[in-house]
Design a protein around this ligand. Structure first.
Ligand code: DX5
Ligand code: ZN
Length: 221
């Protein structure tokens, strides 16, 4: 595994200065901007929508990775595609027709991802692995930043890594929740290649020193 990507979650950014925040975190070495969308229905929190995605789009060249924690999902997907999202992922529990939602994301010209909560079984992958560009394993229950990493996620990451390798397809394996300098190497060893981190980066004064420290942990894996 050679290509690792750091995806800061703007959930922990200063929303009053969001343009500056995303520019700064990309200058500090972020590979992707992770954009958490919560609806106070599928998850007990309410965040940001397509207007905010559109507003930050001109400030960054890196991909915007939209993590939809909303139910239903289909209606909002074209809006995010128009707002400049590059990757759109959703939770299988939030879609009545998972295959159709994946198709809809691709039809809008975006990469498609499926997200697994800590207690969501992986069996969906048997049926849709060939349609995925990204698999996102939640290492916390979705809804809030700043929670602790659930260690059982490591086994799940390893299982997904085997499935991806067996498929021979290029699928990003992203992990979200409680990732920090101290545990990023364990997550990489389990098989992840893309690391979401919100509070670990935006909660600190110097984004570059955190991202550099994460990269040196990853270089030693
Ligand atoms: C949780 C979100 C995460 C969250 C990660 O529902 O999907 O992206 O912002 O935050 P940290 O890194 O603080 O756990
Ligand atoms: Zn997320």
């Amino acid at each position: 595994m050679s290509t690792y990507r750091i995806a800061p979650s703007i959930l922990s950014a200063d929303f009053a200065r969001l343009g500056e925040e995303v520019k700064n975190v990309v200058a500090a070495g972020a590979d992707i901007i992770h954009f958490d969308v919560m609806d106070n229905h599928y998850v007990p929190n309410l965040t940001i929508g397509p207007l905010v995605c559109e507003a930050i789009r001109p400030h960054v060249q890196v991909p915007i990775d939209v993590h939809l924690m909303v139910k239903p999902v289909d209606r909002i997907i074209p809006d995010f595609a128009k707002a400049g999202a590059n990757i759109i992922s959703f939770h299988p529990e939030a879609s009545e027709h998972i295959d159709r939602t994946l198709q809809l994301i691709h039809d809008q010209g975006c990469k498609a991802g499926l997200v697994f909560n800590p207690a969501t079984p992986l069996h969906y992958l048997e049926h849709v692995l060939d349609k995925l560009d990204l698999i996102l394993i939640m290492s916390v229950n979705p809804g809030f930043g700043g929670q602790s990493f659930i260690p059982q996620a490591l086994k799940k990451i390893a299982a997904v890594r085997q499935m991806i390798d067996a498929s021979g397809r290029e699928i990003m394996l992203e992990v979200d929740g409680g990732i920090k300098v101290e545990n990023i190497a364990d997550v990489a060893r389990a098989g992840a290649d893309t690391f979401v981190a919100g509070s670990a980066i935006f909660g600190k004064p110097d984004y570059k020193s955190v991202i550099d420290a994460m990269r040196s942990q990853l270089a030693a894996v």
